[in-house]
Design a protein around this ligand. Structure first.
Ligand SMILES: Cc1cc2nc3c(=O)[nH]c(=O)nc-3n(C[C@H](O)[C@H](O)[C@H](O)COP(=O)(O)OP(=O)(O)OC[C@H]3O[C@@H](n4cnc5c(N)ncnc54)[C@H](O)[C@@H]3O)c2cc1C
Ligand code: FES
Length: 253
């Protein structure tokens, strides 16, 4: 591992590369030494020939073996997908902050590939015996991640679980489960709705934000969002101040 002031760079060996839904892949890499990583943090992967590293939430951590779930989008993810077990990749991280876990009845809301950090969070809550319910939304049954343990599934087309967006069910679930905190990751509309619903019921929310990133370490300020601090709107970087924010502090444009 090379550690500079705020960079931790590893050459990691790919142990597993597996297709886990129609459009997503699970990659597990071996960093050779135990890596301290918490749910919500991410790693940035160097993709051959591309200047900017690509960020991915940590999905699992097993004694230095870090797992990510990724969807193919463009050149970077195509490169990662082309790799095989035994190949080496260059990762930076884990970076960013993490979910702030407390011993409260927890509702976990994941949507699409946003289920990755939420599933990792669930495993951390389970280890601490914290009561939790993990609900996840996908487009259809082909998109559901193989091997992931979810309490309730919602699909847009109803091909598995309940039909419709997970957002349509939030009110009903909150009334039934009575969570004291809600954690979420997924598309912006999911995070915004979770934050609004939390506000409506007076429940704390924590949301893992996504922004296209450049440096990934808080230098270029290419990933800023607006947040409210001490009554004032200020900038915060998703890569260093986040990616996890309290839903109530984010300015939802
Ligand atoms: C903190 C964080 C955690 C993330 N975790 C995951 C994860 O666990 N799994 C996963 O599959 N993806 C995750 N992403 C998104 C992932 O970084 C992008 O999909 C990836 O960088 C795309 O690279 P590419 O070269 O394949 O695509 P590009 O050629 O760079 O882009 C292809 C398309 O994807 C869009 N895109 C690029 N970056 C992002 C982004 N950050 N958010 C939304 N759209 C983007 C572009 O606008 C473009 O339309 C995360 C992003 C952030 C910021
Ligand atoms: S990506 Fe450079 S500051 Fe966040």
């Amino acid at each position: 591992m090379i550690t500079t002031e705020n960079k931790k760079i590893y050459k990691a060996k790919i142990e597993t590369m597996e297709k886990v839904s129609t459009s997503s892949y699970f990659m597990e890499i071996n960093c050779s030494i135990p890596v301290d990583v918490k749910a919500g943090q991410f790693i940035s992967i160097y993709c051959d020939g591309l200047t900017l590293r690509r960020p991915f939430s940590v999905y699992s951590n097993n004694n230095g073996k870090i797992g990510i779930l990724f969807k193919e989008r463009g050149k970077g993810t195509r490169y990662i997908k082309s790799l095989n077990s035994g190949d080496f990749i260059d990762i930076m991280g884990p970076v960013g902050n993490c979910f702030n876990i407390s011993n409260k009845k927890s509702l976990l809301v994941g949507a699409g590939i946003g289920v990755a950090p939420i599933s990792f969070l669930k495993s951390e809550l389970d280890k601490k015996n914290i009561d939790n319910m993990f609900i996840a939304g996908f487009l259809n049954k082909e998109e559901v991640i193989k091997g992931m343990s979810v309490d309730r599934i919602y699909t847009d087309d109803g091909s598995i679980g309940q039909k419709g967006s997970v957002l349509n069910y939030l009110d009903e679930i909150i009334k039934e489960y009575k969570p004291q905190i809600i954690y979420s990751c997924g598309p912006l509309i999911v995070l915004k709705t979770v934050a609004q619903v939390g506000e409506k019921y007076g429940i704390e929310t924590q949301v893992a934000m996504e922004k296209v990133m450049a440096c990934g370490i808080g230098v270029c300020r290419g990933c800023v969002i607006d947040v409210i601090k001490d009554g004032k709107t200020v900038n915060a970087t998703v890569c260093k101040d986040g990616p996890v924010f309290n839903g109530s502090e984010v300015v939802w444009h």
